[in-house]
Design a protein around this ligand. Structure first.
Ligand code: ATP
Ligand code: MG
Length: 445
């Protein structure tokens, strides 16, 4: 993409309504525009990152055998009357009437609808296990929408629903979600710690929230610092191997890590003092095993191998896709702007032409651009008639992890400059080497 042809409405001034850095940078980098409290348009740069995040979520769900579908945003109130939640949900639910006077709602989540799909089409244990998920907009009329996309009213969520014949299988589905989430967040360059969460009135302790540590997080968290060193890395495992999957979950959940809702001071004090941490975190996901709560209420039964009918065992598992943009920026920025992790960056590399209109720098930039595109990469070429300082400031603000700077002096020696946004370190290399290095970084050599 050539910047002169793109739509990147960057702001020079700090928007006064933004209280936290991610919100401020998302506005300044022209990623989002607020249309009403907690409701945003996703401008091209923001939309690109949102799609990258969504793509990683899909890939990791599909990798472990979960099946994508799409449910609507609008739902009939009657489904929610069956589960009893239409009245329970309260003011957060946006209720709407259509022209026939039928009661509808904008879905805050989809347990009822997925249970309805399941009961209409699945009858036998032979069709299990089954996990269906979608990535769809939700609406919750939050009391205090704030922090930009972190606490919106309309927000994008991946929500998945697991169906199993018995408790053991359902717990495996829970564990499988945990490992798929760990890999999902790691690919986004995040450390998201699974923390034991409160399960509310349903009981049981099978719910974990995933928290990204950040000073601006809304949750208070207590943990053993050893958990922050854990990485799934490139480990290969079979998602249906119950034992291995359970071992990985045990590795990630055996150290103390809880939110204030489940915090237990006595247990926390058993952690060696030098490893005890009290901090703040952003909830970027939650997994939940709740058994037969919805299947019993809504008659979602399956025939077992013995021929009896039992309510299906369920769990629901969510990732805050749009909130993740904020969380990633909170965890990756400096005073000049965003620093995108390579896994989610909107463009792989920026090209800065220091002397626009000069035939040799222009043609070198064009050659670089084509070579990068030839490798399957997406460069953003700043080809505007701007001062070098302004071009650098824009690149720093929008946070592309790599920048190639092309100027007449370097070119005379056959060199361009390759700079890391994260470390600020630069290297003088030939055009060909610059292309190869970037291709190598993104694994497309
Ligand atoms: P919170 O406690 O932050 O209100 P929640 O526990 O009610 O969230 P879940 O029902 O667990 O949310 O939804 C799954 C994920 O969706 C959350 O982990 C979070 O990342 C994201 N999410 C929830 N509410 C919002 C919101 N208002 N804006 C953006 N993302 C949200
Ligand atoms: Mg939650």
């Amino acid at each position: 993409m050539r910047l002169s042809r793109y739509f990147l409405p960057v702001l020079k001034e700090n928007p006064s309504e933004a209280q936290i850095v991610s919100h401020r940078y998302m506005l300044r980098a022209g990623m989002i525009k607020q249309q009403a409290a907690g409701i945003y348009s996703w401008l091209p740069l923001g939309f690109k990152v949102l799609k990258r995040i969504e793509q990683i979520v899909h890939e990791e769900q599909i990798r472990v055998g979960h099946i994508p579908l799409m449910m609507p945003t609008l739902q009939p109130a009657d489904l929610w009357r069956e589960s009893g939640r239409y009245d329970d949900y309260g003011q957060e639910m946006l209720r709407i009437k259509d022209r026939q006077g039928r009661e509808m709602l904008y879905g805050p989540t989809n347990e009822e609808m997925i249970t309805d799909i399941f009961r209409s089409h699945v009858n036998s244990y032979k069709e299990l296990p089954l996990t269906l998920y979608h990535v769809q907009w939700k609406f919750r009329d939050e009391m205090r929408p704030r922090f930009g996309v972190m606490r919106g009213r309309e927000f994008l969520m991946k929500d998945g629903y697991s169906f199993d014949i018995d408790r053991d299988s359902a717990l495996h589905a829970y564990n499988r979600h945990m490992v798929s989430y760990l890999r999902t967040y790691e690919r986004m360059g995040l450390t998201a710690i699974p923390m034991r969460a409160a399960s509310g009135p349903i009981g049981g302790d099978n719910t974990h929230e995933f928290l990204v540590l950040a000073e601006t997080g809304e949750s208070e968290v207590f943990y053993d610092s050893a958990v922050t060193d854990l990485r799934l890395g490139t480990r290969e495992f079979d998602a249906e191997d119950r034992e291995t999957v359970a071992e990985i979950c045990a590795e990630f959940t055996s150290s103390y890590a809880r939110t204030d809702e489940t915090h237990d001071e006595a247990l926390f004090n058993e952690v060696p003092e030098e490893r005890r941490r009290v901090a703040r975190g952003i909830e970027v996901g939650q997994i939940f095993y709740f058994g037969t709560k919805y299947s019993e209420a809504m008659g979602a039964n399956v025939v077992t191998s013995y021929g009896s009918r039992v309510p299906v065992e369920m769990g629901s598992h969510g990732i805050g896709v749009s909130r993740l943009l904020g969380a990633i920026i909170e965890a990756n920025h400096d005073d000049k702007g965003i620093i995108w992790p390579e896994g989610v960056t909107p463009f792989h590399v920026g090209i800065v032409n220091l002397k626009q209109g000069d035939s040799s720098t222009d043609s070198a930039c064009n050659a670089l651009y084509s070579a990068l595109v030839g490798k399957g990469l997406e460069p953003l070429y700043d080809d505007r008639e701007e001062r070098a300082g302004a071009k650098f400031a824009t690149m720093d603000l929008i946070g592309l992890p790599w920048r190639i700077t092309v100027g007449p002096r370097g070119l005379a020696a056959g060199k361009v400059e390759l700079t890391s946004r994260r470390t600020g370190e630069s290297e003088e290399v030939s055009l060909e080497t610059a292309v190869e290095r970037v291709a190598q970084i993104y694994g497309v050599l």
